[in-house]
Design a protein around this ligand. Structure first.
Ligand SMILES: Nc1ncnc2c1ncn2[C@@H]1O[C@H](COP(=O)(O)OP(=O)(O)OP(=O)(O)O)[C@@H](O)[C@H]1O
Length: 299
């Protein structure tokens, strides 16, 4: 049987009169990697803070079968939140040693410093770290407790290419170990590669939950680019086509039924060449979803 790690039933949350989270339901099983995506201000960080017990909730939120923020949950969760640890006059290794002391089964600090390439920075003071280096130290802190559940809020902001690479490699290892994760990120290309399930949060409500494939099927616009030397054509008439742009012999066709459009295209216009077919990326789908909502708001 699947082990349920997080359970949320009809959760709402307000800051004063401002309702931020609106009737959310969610169940997360062991080993799932949830990619939580949403515009700025959608409520992602607020939701993570509720799951950590940093913001209040009622019995409708359970983490490891208990209340968020319980001693058990604290031992089992590693989190990497937004906001830097600008403590004065504390060195990286002193800070991490202190964190490790709070846990019963802490990972060896030395191995984490090596894995995250932090050995050359261990004697630096936190206050002198760059933004990206600070994120790496924050990730080290999240890993120290050898957590079963990780909340990673915008983990790669400010990281350089190498640090990002090391980060996603570590996530892959954690996935193989069966760890459960909720990751928020605005780098959708990165998140779509690791997430087993995507959740879109818009203005405090989940507007999509499922795999990337399922999301793509809902927004199934396909772009077919071709070269056509023939003057005699009417690509707009092909099945599924919603838009055609022509520039000389270059033609870009948008279709909501890519497979059938392509079939009919090749049947009717066998002489077209340089055919490329592109499905929607998560980035484009997300832009479309948020723009649609923006438009309907102004209706
Ligand atoms: N302490 C607070 N007091 C009042 N309002 C707050 C507080 N923290 C956040 N908010 C508001 O709650 C809303 C959701 O914020 P939250 O940080 O959860 O969004 P987010 O999805 O994480 O955004 P981002 O992508 O920018 O990190 C925003 O409108 C924000 O202004």
């Amino acid at each position: 049987m699947m082990e349920q790690i997080i359970s949320i039933e009809n959760l709402s949350f307000s800051y004063g009169k401002n309702e931020i989270i609106k009737g959310l339901n969610l169940s997360v099983n062991k080993g799932e990697i949830i990619g939580l995506i949403g515009e700025n201000g959608a409520g992602k960080t607020t939701l993570l803070n509720i799951l950590l017990g940093l913001l209040p909730s009622k019995k409708n939120v359970q983490v490891f079968g208990g209340h968020p923020g319980s001693l058990l949950a604290k031992q089992k969760i590693g989190s990497m939140l937004q906001g830097d640890l600008r403590l004065s006059n504390v060195r990286v290794e002193e800070f991490l040693e202190e964190v490790a002391m709070q846990y019963n089964n802490a990972n060896p600090l030395e191995s984490i410093l090596i894995k995250l390439n932090l050995v050359p920075h261990r004697r630096k003071f936190l206050k002198e770290l760059s933004g990206g280096l600070m994120r790496r130290v924050t990730f080290a802190q999240a890993l120290l407790s050898n957590p079963d559940l990780l909340f990673l809020d915008e983990p790669t902001v400010g990281m350089d290419a190498q640090a990002r690479h090391i980060f996603w490699e570590s996530i892959e290892e954690l996935r193989e170990q069966g760890k459960t994760m909720i990751i928020t990120s605005h780098y959708l290309e990165e998140i779509q590669q690791v997430a087993s399930r995507l959740i879109v949060l818009q203005a405090g409500k989940f507007t999509f939950e499922g795999t990337l494939k399922e999301l793509q099927a809902l927004h199934k616009q396909t772009t077919i680019s071709i070269t056509s030397e023939s003057e005699q054509h009417n690509f707009a008439e092909l099945v599924g086509v919603v838009n055609v742009e022509e520039s000389g012999s270059q033609v870009v066709i948008k279709s909501v039924d890519g497979d059938r459009t392509l079939k009919e295209l090749l049947l009717k216009y066998p002489r077209v060449s340089n055919i490329t077919v592109e499905h929607e990326t998560l980035e484009k789908i997300f832009l479309q979803m948020t723009t649609d909502r923006g438009n309907s708001k102004n209706d």
